[in-house]
Design a protein around this ligand. Structure first.
Ligand SMILES: [Zn+2]
Length: 287
């Protein structure tokens, strides 16, 4: 019998086992244990394995990102997300909530007549989003008391950072209006890329990245909350660039990868590791 392993931070089962040791980028001499959960197939790092203030570490990490100081410009990546969600929604979208909105880049791609709200924990980043005319809730996701419902709720590359991802996902599900769309992007440890890279997979990035949802568990979790999965795609996320040291070639490659991510038939299979899942909330009043 397995004892003393931490409970799964995603489903809370104690049927967990250590599978890898991964060095932390915070301090090269620290390593975190990666656990596999036998109950939900998710993987996770135990946030308490080392005494690091994870929220402070995350904030420092956010503020070091170059996008903080960059002026807003339209971006084909976010334009595509707007198109995908608009097509999936099927009705009139009047409001959107973006969880972990950073400087509001995604929200800025939606028309101004849509009520655009973001949640951003880092004060200085929230200030930038607010200066762009967006409504910003400046609290940690875990402590955001969401009372309204929105036609679209999005959460890109955020759930993996959280110590209580399931609690937040539940709150997000409750914030979606009937027939509304929940759009998630999470790293997939079940992808071919992650499996091939093993311990060197760049998404194993403790303690910034803590939880890795299995696709099965996500679908089951959302189904219990009256959602149906309406689309799942996998992309490279533009992370892989063999020409990163040669500017012109790097630019050409990244354009090529963008087109590949958008049009390749492989986007429906878990070849690459950026998993986009879209769920629609079933409108029980209409069924
Ligand atoms: Zn689990």
């Amino acid at each position: 019998m397995i004892i003393n392993n931490p409970a799964c931070i995603i489903c809370h089962s104690t049927k967990t086992m250590p599978i890898l040791n991964v060095p932390s980028p915070v301090n090269g001499s620290l390593a975190y244990t990666l656990y596999q959960c036998a109950a939900c197939d998710s993987r996770f790092f135990d946030p308490k394995e080392h005494e690091i203030d994870i929220r402070t570490a995350n904030e420092k990490f956010s503020l070091a990102e170059p996008y903080i100081k960059v002026a807003f410009t339209q971006n084909p990546y976010w334009q595509h997300q707007v198109q995908v969600i608009t097509a999936l929604h099927q009705g009139k979208i009047r409001s959107i909530l973006d969880c972990g909105c950073r400087t509001g880049d995604f929200l800025m791609h939606w028309p101004m007549n849509i009520a655009r709200t973001g949640i951003e924990v880092v004060d200085d980043v929230a200030v930038v989003a607010r200066s762009r005319g967006l409504n910003v809730i400046n609290t940690p996701l875990e402590e955001s008391h969401l009372e309204l419902q929105y036609d679209v709720v999005s959460c890109y590359a955020i759930l993996e950072h959280l110590t209580k991802p399931e609690q937040v996902l539940n709150a997000l599900a409750n914030s979606v209006a009937p027939s509304g769309i929940l759009a998630l992007m999470v790293p997939s440890h079940e992808s071919v890329k992650a499996r091939l890279q093993g311990p060197s997979w760049h998404q194993y990035y403790p303690p910034f990245h803590l939880g890795f949802f299995s696709r099965r568990y996500l679908d089951e979790f959302m189904k219990k909350r009256d959602f149906e999965m309406v689309s799942t795609t996998f992309t490279s996320g533009g992370m892989f660039n063999p020409f990163s040291r040669i500017p012109l070639a790097a630019k050409a490659w990244s354009k090529l990868m963008f087109l590949f991510d958008r049009f390749s038939p492989t986007r429906y299979t878990p070849l690459f590791d950026h998993m986009y899942i879209y769920y629609r909330k079933i409108d029980n009043a209409q069924t």
